[in-house]
Ligand binder design. Structure first.
Ligand code: BGC
Length: 254
């Protein structure tokens, strides 16, 4: 029998957040704990914070509950392969093992956008929908999850496609909008180019836009003209935590 609750931990550029998640609803069962990401976000420093969060919830969870952890990098079979917005020491580090050793329990490590994608398809904007769903998170970086008929195709990294001769993420992330002081219409013009290119390549049935800025979706999504329906994420900042928990529970049941 599968677990009903799992711990989800979301490693982000500025904060590391965790909470127990009810796997039937995707909702957190208690208060979320957030700790600042260490200034040098090395594997050792980050693993220490993850341990602190896991310990904090130890009493609230059955002792063998799954623990899922997201990270903003490619994760291939537990090994971190990239480091766009985190310390370079992560590259080729056995991240899953490092964190498991710090926590003292097995954990499942998953790309942050992939976790958000799984959560939106199970609990959020694409709940119960089949077909090809692309979840695009616009934050410090741009993450993309590809989910087909509920099955995740991991590590898509489509935030880094080349657009106008540069890495798209440097022009279309929420961080780029803030850095350059773009108005929503100016930013939407860039998003238009980005989403058009992605739909040209992949022909999804639905785009879901996540990241903190999805709260302001009414300022930019209506400006986009795409053949694919595009909607804001429903779980917002909870998507990483819920997706991490869901991923860990699914790995356990494999
Ligand atoms: C990384 C992805 C990540 C995304 C969102 C990108 O820079 O390459 O792995 O999912 O940022 O954090």
């Amino acid at each position: 029998m599968g677990a009903n609750v799992a711990l989800g931990i979301d490693i982000g550029g500025s904060g590391i957040k965790g909470a127990p998640v009810d796997l039937r609803t995707g909702k957190m069962t208690g208060e979320r704990l957030r700790i600042e990401t260490p200034a040098r976000s090395t594997p050792k420093a980050v693993a220490k914070v993850v341990r602190q969060i896991a310990r904090n919830f130890a009493d609230e969870l059955p002792p063998d509950s799954p623990i899922g952890v997201t990270i903003p990098t490619v994760v291939q079979h537990g090994v971190v392969k990239t480091a766009a917005n985190i310390d370079d020491e992560w590259i080729d580090a056995p991240g899953q093992q490092i964190i498991a050793e710090a926590v003292g329990r097995p954990i499942s490590l998953v790309n942050d956008a992939d976790a958000a994608g799984l959560a939106e398809v199970r609990y959020g904007a694409a709940k119960g929908r089949d077909g090809l769903i692309l979840v695009v998170t616009l934050g410090t970086g741009v993450g993309v999850a590809i989910v087909h008929d509920g099955v995740l195709i991991p590590n898509a990294e489509l935030g880094h496609i080349e657009l106008d001769g540069v890495d798209a993420e440097t022009r279309v992330s929420a961080a780029a909008r803030e850095r350059e002081g773009l108005s929503y219409p100016q930013w939407a013009a860039r998003l238009q180019r980005y989403f058009s290119q992605v739909e040209f390549l992949l022909w999804p049935d639905l785009f879901i836009v996540g990241g903190g800025v999805s709260r302001k979706a009414d300022r930019f999504l209506p400006l986009l003209k795409l053949r694919t329906p595009i909607v804001p994420a429903e779980l917002r900042n909870g998507a990483g935590i819920a997706g991490a928990a869901l991923f860990a529970a699914a790995e356990r049941n494999r």
